[in-house]
Design a protein around this ligand. Structure first.
Ligand SMILES: Nc1ncnc2c1ncn2[C@@H]1O[C@H](COP(=O)(O)OP(=O)(O)OP(=O)(O)O)[C@@H](O)[C@H]1O
Ligand SMILES: [Mg+2]
Length: 248
């Protein structure tokens, strides 16, 4: 059982895309996988799994408010995705009133760790991926504290570099055993090997994958799982490196 937190300092770096696709790849490899939307302010993980808002019943919000058991906020998408393992999604609510209630601090943070433990146990998961919000908040620190592995996503951008250093420091202070860097949205002219070496030296963590800006992914616009739609694409091969590293 391993909790993997997907984090970044800045918004829109590709955390949700990576969490959803890597979860699918792990389930394709036969693993029992859970993936949880830890981004209460800007939820959306369920959209990549083609689970429309109309089909959303209970969510993680209900669990942290003590309104339901974790099973009722967990959606088994194994058959829908046709994966040999198991894929369980725990979405967060997209209802404005529920988002507002969370933003007012209307829940107990420790219940998020209860949600993870309950899910790991109930579904006997090999992996639980947490799709977090950007930045350093109470929730994102909790995700770091819970994680055995962190996938730290950054773009090749000076603002990302600064914030990533800060998050990695916090991860070290919280004794996260493994932090992996994933560089996303690399432009075509990106000097992959040189920048990778510089980052590894600067942060003291391995760069597990460099993901180029990929037009077909941008065109999909979160409307599905790229790795299932484009199993032979170079981006899928690169995302597989992240799954393989988690499996090591
Ligand atoms: N390598 C890439 N090439 C092209 N488009 C990408 C790439 N990575 C991510 N995107 C697109 O960028 C957008 C933002 O990605 P995503 O929602 O995963 O970011 P995020 O880090 O989860 O954002 P937030 O911080 O708001 O949660 C999405 O439309 C996604 O499809
Ligand atoms: Mg996101």
């Amino acid at each position: 059982m391993s909790i993997v937190s997907v984090q970044s300092f800045r918004r829109g770096t590709g955390k949700t895309m990576i969490a959803a696709n890597v979860a699918a790849l792990l389930a394709l490899a036969g693993q029992q996988v859970g993936v949880m939307d830890f981004n209460f302010a800007a939820p959306g993980l369920h959209i990549l799994f083609n689970l429309p808002d109309a089909e959303l019943g209970r969510t993680l919000n209900d669990f942290v408010w003590g309104a339901c058991e974790i099973e009722t906020a967990a959606y088994d998408l194994t058959e829908r995705l046709d994966v040999p393992g198991q894929l369980i999604l725990v979405p967060a609510s997209t209802q404005p009133r529920q988002i507002a209630r969370i933003l007012r601090g209307g829940y107990y943070v420790h219940l998020l760790s209860d949600a993870c433990n309950a899910l790991l146990e109930r579904f006997q998961l090999d992996f639980l991926l947490l799709d977090t919000a950007a930045g350093l908040t109470e929730d994102t620190q909790l995700a770091l504290a819970l994680a055995e592995q962190v996938v730290m996503v950054l773009r090749p951008d000076q603002q990302d570099y600064l914030g990533t250093g800060l998050l990695i420091d916090v991860a070290r202070r919280l004794d996260v055993p493994v932090t992996r860097l994933v560089v996303n949205e690399a432009p075509a002219a990106f000097a992959e090997t040189a920048v990778q070496r510089e980052m590894e030296a600067a942060y003291g963590c391995a760069v597990t994958a460099v993901l180029p800006h990929t037009e077909p992914l941008a065109v999909m616009g979160s409307s599905g799982l790229f790795v299932l739609a484009h199993p032979e694409h170079d981006l899928t091969t690169r995302l597989q490196r992240i799954a393989a590293a988690l499996l090591m």
